[in-house]
Design a protein around this ligand. Structure first.
Ligand SMILES: Nc1ncnc2c1ncn2[C@@H]1O[C@H](COP(=O)(O)OP(=O)(O)OP(=O)(O)O)[C@@H](O)[C@H]1O
Ligand SMILES: [Mg+2]
Length: 459
C-alpha cells in the first residue's frame, strides 16, 4: 500500500456493485464517495479534489465516456479507471484515448481493485515528482544565443575544467548564480556538493560560524558542534554570493583560509585542510569597492583570478526574443497552458525597455503577459499592459515610450524596484547599495510612487 489515505469517487448506476466496492475501499483505509449517475458525480468533482475516480461505462443518462469528455473539456486531470460489465475493445480504446488510465472488467476482485488504486496513485506521484524535477532543472538552465555569449560560454567551459577561483560579476538578475552552478556541473567536482552562502543575507556576527562552523560552547547559544559551509563543500564548490557585501573583519578571515587552504571552527583548537573550490559573485564593482576601502585589495587579488563579466540584458538585446519565447514556453508548460509566441512588434517593445532587473525581470514580465492576456500571438499591447508598475504602461502605452524625463523616471523606478526586491526590502541595505542616504531613498520612493510597504507584502 501507498500508506496514505486516498479520496476515491465511485460511479455506477448499479448499487449492487457500488456498496461492496465502497466497503472494500473503506476497509483498506480509503475515503470512498459513491454516486449513481454522472451528472451528480460531476457536481461532486467540481467541489472535491479526488485522487482517483472509478466509473462504470454504460449508465442511463450520461455514460462513462461522456464523463471522460466532460473532464477533459474542464481540464480536470484526476485519473479515471473505467469498469465495465460488457467489455468491448472499441470502447476501451476510446476511453484510453480520452485519458482513462485503466479498464477493468466486472466482476471485480477486491485485491485487483486495491492494487489498481495503489498503482495509479504511485504512477501519479512519480509523474508529479518528474514534473517537479524537470521544472527545477529547467529553472537552472542557462539560455543564451548570439556570438558574444558564445564566447562567454566557451570561457565558462574552459574555466570549469580548471581548478581556478572564479569571480562572476554582473547586475542583479543576469544569471550569476546559474553560471556558478554551471561551472560546478561542468567541472571534475560535479559529483561533489555545490554549497552557497549569500554574504549579504547573513548577519555579520553569524557569517564566520556559518562559513567555518563552530564547536559546542564556542559562544552563548552554541549548543552543539556545527559544521560550516566550507566543510560541507568538501570535494565540491563553495559559492560565496554577494562577496562585495562581506564585512571587512570576515574578509581578513577568508583571506587566511584562501592563503593557507585551512579553516578553523569558531571555538576550535586547531585548523584543518579543506578541499573546496571557491567561486564568488557580486553585482557590485569590486575594483571600485577596493578603491573605496570597503573591500580588501589582497583578498581581491586572491579571488579575482578568472573574472567572468555577465553583460546586462540591455547589452544583449538581440537575445531578448530567444529568452522571451523560452520563458513563455516554460511558463505555459508549467501551468498547463497553450504555448504562445511573441509577435515581432511585441519583441520590439520588449527590446526598447531598459530591464534594470535583467533576465529575472524579463521572466517575471513574460509570466505577467501570459497571465494578463489571452490572445494567440502575443502583441505589443499585451507587453505594454504587463509593464505598468515600471511606469511605461498606462497612458504611455502605444507607439511611444514617452519623453526623455518619463523614460528616465521609468528606468529609475525599475532600478529601485529591482534593488528593493534584491535586498528583500531592507532599506538600509538598498540605500547602501545605491550610495544614497536612507532618508533620500524614502523620498525617492515616494516621488516615484513606490509604496514600500505594499511591495514588501507582495514579496
Ligand atoms: N540566461 C538565463 N537563462 C535562463 N534563465 C535565466 C538566465 N539568466 C537569469 N535567468 C533567470 O533569472 C533568475 C535570476 O538568476 P540568478 O539568480 O542566477 O541571477 P543573479 O545574477 O544571481 O541575480 P542577483 O544578483 O539578484 O542574485 C533565475 O532564476 C532565472 O530564472
Ligand atoms: Mg544571485
Amino acid at each position: 500500500m501507498t500508506g496514505a489515505k486516498s479520496r476515491l469517487l465511485l460511479i455506477d448506476d448499479d448499487s449492487n456493485t457500488l456498496a461492496p466496492l465502497a466497503r472494500a475501499f473503506r476497509l483498506a483505509g480509503h475515503e470512498a464517495t459513491v454516486c449513481d449517475n454522472v451528472a451528480r458525480a460531476l457536481e461532486q468533482i467540481r467541489t472535491t479534489q479526488f485522487d482517483l475516480i472509478f466509473s462504470d461505462v454504460v449508465m442511463p443518462g450520461k455514460d462513462g465516456i461522456s464523463l471522460l469528455e466532460d473532464l477533459k473539456t474542464a481540464g480536470i486531470t484526476t485519473p479515471v479507471v473505467m469498469i465495465s460489465g460488457q467489455a468491448n475493445v472499441e470502447i476501451a480504446v476510446r476511453a484510453t484515448k480520452l485519458g482513462a488510465v485503466d479498464f477493468l472488467e466486472k466482476p471485480l476482485s477486491t485485491d485487483k481493485l486495491l492494487l489498481t488504486v495503489e498503482n495509479v496513485l504511485r504512477l501519479r506521484q512519480l509523474e508529479n515528482e518528474n514534473l517537479d524535477l524537470r521544472r527545477r532543472l529547467g529553472r537552472h538552465e542557462f539560455i543564451w544565443s548570439g556570438t558574444p555569449m558564445e564566447q562567454l560560454m566557451a570561457q565558462i567551459d574552459r574555466v570549469a575544467a580548471s581548478e581556478s577561483r572564479v569571480a562572476i560579476q554582473g547586475e542583479t538578475g543576469t544569471g550569476k548564480e546559474l553560471v556558478a552552478r554551471m561551472i560546478h556541473h561542468r567541472s571534475a567536482r560535479r559529483d561533489g556538493p555545490f554549497v552557497s552562502l549569500n554574504c549579504a543575507a547573513v548577519p555579520a556576527e553569524l557569517i564566520e560560524s556559518e562559513l567555518f562552523g563552530h564547536e559546542k560552547g564556542a559562544f552563548t547559544g552554541a549548543m552543539g558542534r556545527h559544521i560550516g559551509k566550507f566543510e560541507q563543500a568538501a570535494r565540491g564548490t563553495m559559492f560565496l554570493d554577494e562577496i562585495g557585501d562581506m564585512p571587512l573583519a570576515m574578509q581578513a578571515k577568508l583571506l587566511r583560509v584562501l592563503e593557507e587552504g585551512e579553516i578553523e571552527r569558531v571555538g576550535g583548537e586547531r585548523a584543518f585542510p579543506v578541499d573546496a573550490r571557491v567561486v564568488v559573485a557580486t553585482h557590485r564593482n569590486l575594483e571600485e569597492l577596493v578603491r573605496q576601502g570597503t573591500f580588501r585589495a589582497d583578498l581581491f587579488h586572491r579571488i579575482y583570478v578568472v573574472p567572468i563579466l555577465l553583460p546586462s540584458l540591455r547589452e544583449r538585446a538581440e537575445e531578448i526574443s530567444t529568452l522571451a519565447n523560452y520563458f513563455a514556453a516554460q511558463v505555459a508548460s508549467q501551468n498547463g497552458w497553450k504555448e504562445r509566441k511573441f509577435s515581432p512588434e511585441a519583441i520590439d517593445t520588449l527590446t526598447r525597455y531598459p530591464w534594470p532587473g535583467n533576465v529575472r525581470e524579463l521572466r517575471n514580465v513574460v509570466e505577467r503577459v501570459l497571465l494578463l492576456s489571452g490572445n494567440d500571438a502575443i502583441t505589443a499591447d499585451d507587453v505594454h499592459k504587463a509593464l505598468p508598475a515600471l511606469g511605461v504602461g498606462g497612458d504611455a502605452a502605444g507607439s511611444s515610450m514617452g519623453t526623455l524625463t518619463e523614460r528616465l523616471e521609468a528606468f529609475e523606478k525599475g532600478l529601485l524596484l529591482a534593488e528593493l526586491r534584491h535586498h528583500h526590502h531592507h532599506m538600509t541595505n538598498v540605500a547602501r547599495a545605491l550610495g544614497l542616504e536612507r532618508s533620500h531613498l524614502y523620498k525617492k520612493c515616494q516621488q516615484l510612487g513606490i509604496d514600500v510597504r505594499s511591495e514588501r507584502k507582495s514579496e
